[in-house]
Design a protein. Structure first.
Ligand code: ZN
Ligand code: ZN
Length: 348
């Protein structure tokens, strides 16, 4: 039997994507095969793109892609049927440890919250994807392929906003101008925030957010008067701040922005293993620091529902939809600080 082949956008070296023919992965028990319809290009792919390798030792070609949907072409031994539209939750989990049994799959002891499809194994920057049926979810017709390519950042924003314990009329500061920060601002408004502001370092990246009109105000994170301006605008400090960058300067902006007893939710993935911050200010003002990663399995389903019901329309964040051959270009733009892009989606 001749092997089936497909196109994949292989990571060929540092900052180098090469579209080439590779074998379609073989189906193992418990897995399904889909023809990929769309795959979002994520900021966290950029680190692998720069280094030219994935997170795990890999023999042979590696390709990324973890924000995707497609049509089932082989349901294997699963409950799915050929032709079903599905999306995958990229968060791998064991399903049997204490965290998984408590419905906290994002904290699974076995995979330690860092093992995702497209990071430790091949992803969906390819024509076909084969993966665990237990990570696949049916997509309602009201969720378009492109919108499904944005479920991943939306689930991160949704989990963070829920973890924040936001209440009606809270004043909210978002530090960071990426897609997750923008979605957090939108969700916070929808959850009843009275005033939502963004602290950013570049105006370019806020262009789309300004067009959409989510934020009430924008602050320059580099302004030496930052603390004074944030406190004045929020009449004494924000109830909640979201750190969506992953750097000591942005965590410091959160500390500057919140009121005594305020809460800081940290979502940013820091490249540095250690980030310093003014601990004593957090202690003396009884600030609460909360980490937030991915979401629970239940929240993943709810995220699909946010789009299906029309509460969130993530397509408005999409800068451009590109073919697989455009992925290299997408990463070049994504790493250009002068580019106003917010989100790219690839359709293989
Ligand atoms: Zn992502
Ligand atoms: Zn587990």
């Amino acid at each position: 039997m001749s092997q089936r082949m497909m196109k994949a956008a292989v990571l060929a070296g540092p900052k180098q994507i090469e579209v080439k023919q590779v074998p379609v992965p073989a189906l193992k028990p418990g897995e399904i095969e889909i023809k990929v319809s769309a795959c979002g290009v994520c900021g966290s792919d950029v680190h692998m793109w720069k280094s030219g390798k994935g997170w795990a030792e890999q023999n042979g070609d590696f390709w990324m892609g973890h924000e995707f949907c497609g049509v089932v072409t082989n349901p294997g031994d699963s409950r799915f049927k050929v032709g079903d539209r599905v999306t995958f939750w990229a968060n791998l989990y064991c399903g049997t440890c204490d965290m998984c049994r408590a419905g906290q799959e994002q904290l699974c002891r076995e995979v330690n919250g860092t093992n995702y499809i497209g990071f430790v194994c091949n992803g969906a920057y390819a024509q076909y994807f084969v993966g665990k049926a237990s990570n696949a979810y049916l997509l309602p017709d009201t969720v378009s392929d492109v919108a499904a390519g944005l479920i991943d950042p939306l689930m991160v924003a949704y989990h963070a906003v829920r973890k924040s314990g936001i209440r009606l009329h809270d004043k909210v500061l978002v530090v960071g101008s990426g897609i997750i920060g923008q979605m957090i601002g939108e969700l916070a408004k929808k959850a009843g925030a009275s005033y939502v502001a963004m602290s950013k370092v570049s105006d370019v990246k806020t262009r789309r957010a300004r067009e959409i009109g989510i934020f009430d105000d924008y602050f320059d994170g580099n302004d030496p008067q930052r603390e004074k301006l944030l406190k004045e605008a929020s009449h004494g400090g924000f109830d909640l701040a979201f750190e969506a960058v992953g750097a000591s300067s942005s965590l410091a902006a959160c500390v500057d922005g919140v009121r005594p007893g305020g809460r800081i939710v940290m979502i940013g993935n820091s490249i540095d293993p250690e980030v310093s911050f003014a601990m004593n200010r957090a202690v003396l003002q009884e600030m609460e620091l909360i980490g937030s990663v991915s979401c629970t399995r239940k929240e993943f389903e709810e995220t699909i529902d946010l789009i299906a019901t029309g509460m969130m329309e993530p397509e408005k964040y999409v800068t451009e939809v590109l073919p697989l051959e455009g992925l290299q270009h997408a990463f070049e733009r994504q790493t250009d600080p002068g580019d106003p892009m917010v989100k790219f989606v690839v359709r293989p």
